[in-house]
Design a protein around this ligand. Structure first.
Ligand SMILES: Nc1ncnc2c1ncn2[C@@H]1O[C@H](COP(=O)(O)OP(=O)(O)O)[C@@H](O)[C@H]1O
Ligand SMILES: [Mg+2]
Length: 265
């Protein structure tokens, strides 16, 4: 039975705040719960998901699909460690400017794919307003410092203008003793924080091992915060379960399989 995927954009107004890290691990957390997840690397300016996961030398990705050089269905990469589908990025040597109608066509096609969740990893900055109607939710990632929070407030009002639900995730909490307090953050952002993700040494370790944190230590504080984010979406997807579209592969069988894989490393 087909149903519309729930499309989550992981965005930020400033770079290097942890969008890719959050996007990959949220995708892993939802996949782990047997939801069908497609992760899309829309950041054409940087090496992101491929680098984070150590994926090398693959074919077509986001850019080729958007520009009509490749078919979406033929450009899916399956990350075997977790049975997670990914549309990979392909950073260009020059500025890539997509035509608005190409992007709209891409997102319209995404919205018809048979997944429970589609997670978009993005480059910093505001997304084109023409794609707003395809987004079910925007996670705004920020670090607990005033430039990041103030910029996030701008992105949040942009989302509000476009009537796209958005929530603030504070990442790398505890990194600096000068970080903004929760109260000051919320005052500057103008709304409550959705989830606070701690600074955690498991994250650089996962980058060095080129695996999601979720495959290395699901008990880590970082993974716990990601679970907290995932929970809100799985609650939203309650009706998804009832319609029987979940893979239902056998949660415990999978758990053992994953454990073994994670241990083997
Ligand atoms: N919670 C965290 N704890 C420790 N390091 C983190 C955390 N989140 C992100 N990082 C590190 O910050 C850097 C930027 O993260 P990344 O996800 O690539 O950001 P972005 O996609 O926003 O540019 C990476 O080196 C990553 O390992
Ligand atoms: Mg990134």
């Amino acid at each position: 039975m087909d149903k519309k995927p729930f499309i989550i954009m992981v965005a930020s107004q400033k770079g290097g705040v942890g969008k890719t890290t959050v996007a990959i691990n949220l995708a892993a957390a939802l996949t782990y719960q047997d939801y069908r997840v497609l992760l899309v690397d829309t950041d054409v300016d940087s090496f992101s998901i491929m680098e984070h996961l150590g994926i090398k030398g693959v074919g077509n990705g986001f850019k080729e699909i958007v520009t009509g050089k490749a078919e979406l269905e033929n450009s899916l990469f399956v990350y075997q460690n977790m049975d997670l589908s990914i549309i990979l990025g392909s950073p260009a040597d020059e500025a890539t400017i997509f035509k608005p109608d190409q992007l709209v066509k891409f997102y319209a096609q995404l919205a018809k794919q048979n997944y429970d969740f589609i997670i978009l990893d993005t480059k910093p900055g505001m997304f084109p307003n023409t794609i707003a109607r395809y987004l079910n939710d925007v996670i705004i990632v920020a670090t607990p410092d005033s430039p990041s929070i103030a910029s996030s407030a701008k992105l949040a009002s942009y989302c509000e203008k476009l009537k796209v639900p958005r929530r603030l995730v504070i990442n790398r909490a505890g990194y600096s003793k000068y970080e903004m307090s929760k109260e000051d953050t919320e005052r500057l952002f103008g709304d409550v924080t959705f989830v606070t993700v701690p600074e955690d040494k498991i994250v650089p370790e996962s980058l060095a091992k080129q695996k999601p944190v979720y495959l290395i230590d699901r008990g880590s504080p970082f993974a716990a915060a990601i679970d907290q984010i995932a929970r809100v979406y799985t609650l939203k997807a309650g009706d998804v379960q009832e319609s029987g579209t979940r893979k239902r592969k056998g949660f415990f069988a999978k758990l053992i399989g994953w454990g073994a894989k994670a241990e083997a490393k």
